[in-house]
Design a protein around this ligand. Structure first.
Ligand code: IMP
Length: 438
C-alpha cells in the first residue's frame, strides 16, 4: 500500500473525516502533521458518531499506529479527555505515539488567542480560540514548550517561569487579563505529563523505520490549502503548514516516501471565520438577497454546514475552479476525492467559477495580492443540474445521472486531476470508488 498525504483542497471542512474514515484502515500508520484541536472530524464507530479533534483516525483500528507528529500543537488536557472518551467507547489508545518535539498549548496561549481577536474587532481572523496561533508564535520565536519539556519537571518549571516573565505583563498590561504563577500551571500540567509519558516517542525515527520496512503511512492533513500559513489567504489563515509539504516538515519523513497526494474537494465551497471568499453566497444576515441568499441558505441547510469544533454556521458558495487548480499545484495532487455531490441535487442549475475579474483584468489563476482576491468578481459557467434525483444510492459512476457525471468530469478537466473517489452521502458506503486503488 503506497503512502498518501490526505489534504484539504479548499478552506477546510471539505469532508476529510469521511474520506479518512474510508481509507485509514488500509494503512499501518496514520499521522497528524500540523494543527491542533482547532480541527474536528467525525468518525463512525458501530452506530455511533465520535468527534475527534486531536487524535489521528488510525486509533479506530487495532492494527494501525496513530501518531501525533512534531508539527502538531497539543493541548494535553484536551488530548487526555479525548482518550478517555475513546476508551469509554471501547477504543484503545494504547498504540498512540506523540512526538517529543510537538509543542504544548499553554493556558496563556488560549487567553491571548481570545484577547487578540477581541482587540482586532471587525478585522478579527475568526479563530477557534484554542490557542493555536499563540502556540505556533512561541514555537517560531524559539520560546515554546515541547512535550519533552513537560516530561521533566525541573526543565518544565524553568521554561514556564521564563515564559511567564514575558506573558504575564502582556496579559495584565495590554489585555487586562489575569496572570499565572508557575505553581498554578505546574499543578495543572504535571499530572498531564504523568498520563502522557508512556505515549511520548521519537516519531521521526519511528516513521522512517516504517518507511524502510515498506509499511504504509497516511498523513492526515487538518484544515485546508487556503488556510495554510504560506499558501493560504494570509492573514486569514491558521498558523501551520496545512499543504502537502507540511507532511514532511511536520513528521520528519522525506518527500520521497510519499507516493500519492489525495486532495479533498467539496462539490461546492465553504469557509469559517473572516477573509475573502469570491464565490460566497451571503446569508440575509450578511447582506445577501434574492438568489444569492437562497443558494447560501440551501447549501448550509442541505449540506449541514455547521462547524464540528465550534458549531458556527459556515459561509457557503459555488465551486471555485481557480482554487481547485491552485490547490492541485501547491499540493502536487495526484487524486481528488469529491465530497457532498448529493447536496447539489437541490439545484436546477449549478454554477462553477472559472476565473475572477478585478479592475478590468481577468484572472484564471489564484491572484498573488489579497486586495485582488477581496474585490474579485467571479466569472461563472452554468451547468445543468439533476434536481430532485436522489443520488445517495448510486455506487458506480455510471449510475449517476448524466448531468452529475458531466459535473464531475468538468471538475476533473478544470483542475487537471482525476476524481477517483466521489461521496454521495455521509455514510461510509455512500461512496463511489472510481479508480482509487487500495
Ligand atoms: P485558528 O486555527 O484557530 O487560529 O483559526 C484561524 C482560521 O482558521 C480561522 O478562520 C478558523 O475558522 C480557521 N480554521 C481553523 N481550523 C479549522 C477547521 O478545522 N476547519 C475550517 N476552518 C478552520
Amino acid at each position: 500500500m503506497p503512502s498518501t498525504v490526505l489534504v484539504g483542497a479548499q478552506w477546510g471542512d471539505e469532508g476529510k473525516g469521511k474520506i479518512t474514515d474510508l481509507i485509514a484502515s488500509d494503512y499501518d500508520y496514520v499521522v497528524r502533521y500540523q494543527g491542533g484541536n482547532n480541527a474536528g472530524h467525525t468518525v463512525i464507530h458501530g452506530d455511533k458518531k465520535l468527534a475527534l479533534h486531536l487524535m489521528p483516525s488510525g486509533v479506530m483500528y487495532d492494527h494501525a499506529v496513530p501518531v501525533i507528529g512534531n508539527g502538531v500543537v497539543v493541548d494535553p488536557g484536551v488530548l487526555i479527555k479525548e482518550m478517555a472518551m475513546l476508551e469509554a467507547e471501547g477504543i484503545s489508545c494504547k498504540n498512540l505515539k506523540i512526538s517529543c518535539d510537538a509543542h504544548v498549548i499553554m493556558p496563556y496561549h488560549k487567553d491571548l488567542d481570545g484577547a487578540d481577536e477581541k482587540r482586532l474587532g471587525e478585522h478579527k481572523i475568526g479563530t477557534t480560540k484554542r490557542g493555536i496561533g499563540p502556540c505556533y508564535q512561541d514555537k517560531v520565536a524559539r520560546k515554546g514548550i515541547r512535550i519533552q519539556d513537560l516530561m521533566d519537571e525541573k526543565i518544565f518549571r524553568l521554561k514556564v517561569e521564563t515564559a511567564l516573565a514575558q506573558k504575564n505583563p502582556i496579559l495584565k498590561n495590554i489585555y487586562g487579563l489575569h496572570t499565572y504563577t508557575v505553581d498554578e500551571i505546574c499543578e495543572e500540567y504535571l499530572p498531564y505529563a504523568r498520563i502522557l509519558k508512556q505515549y511520548m516517542a521519537e516519531t521521526a525515527q519511528l516513521l522512517n523505520e516504517a518507511v524502510r520496512e515498506d509499511k504504509s503511512i497516511l498523513f492526515e492533513g487538518a484544515q485546508g490549502t487556503l488556510l495554510d500559513i504560506d499558501h493560504g489567504t494570509y492573514p486569514y489563515v491558521t498558523s501551520s503548514s496545512c499543504c502537502a509539504g507540511g507532511a514532511c516538515t511536520g513528521t520528519g519523513v522525506g518527500p520521497k516516501a510519499i507516493d500519492r497526494v489525495l486532495g479533498i474537494q467539496k462539490a461546492y465551497v465553504t469557509r469559517v471565520g473572516g477573509g475573502p471568499f469570491p464565490t460566497e453566497q451571503r446569508y440575509p444576515e450578511d447582506g445577501g438577497t434574492g438568489e444569492e441568499a437562497m443558494v447560501g441558505e440551501t447549501l448550509c441547510e442541505v449540506g449541514h454546514e455547521f462547524g464540528v469544533t465550534t458549531g458556527r454556521k459556515r459561509r457557503c458558495g459555488w465551486f471555485d475552479a481557480v482554487i481547485a487548480r491552485y490547490a492541485a499545484e501547491v499540493n502536487g495532487l495526484t487524486d481528488v476525492a469529491l465530497t457532498k455531490l448529493d447536496v447539489l441535487s437541490a439545484f436546477d442549475t449549478i454554477k462553477v467559477c472559472v476565473a475572477y475579474e478585478c479592475d478590468g483584468k481577468t484572472y484564471d489563476y489564484f491572484p498573488m495580492q489579497q486586495s485582488v482576491l477581496f474585490h474579485a468578481k467571479p466569472v461563472y459557467e452554468e451547468l445543468p443540474g439533476w434536481k430532485g434525483v436522489d443520488i445517495t444510492e448510486c455506487r458506480t459512476f455510471e449510475e449517476l445521472p448524466e448531468n452529475a457525471q458531466r459535473y464531475v468530469e468538468y471538475i476533473e478537466e478544470v483542475a487537471g486531476v482525476p476524481v477517483t473517489i466521489i461521496a454521495v452521502g455521509p455514510d461510509r458506503e455512500q461512496t463511489i470508488m472510481r479508480g482509487w486503488d487500495r
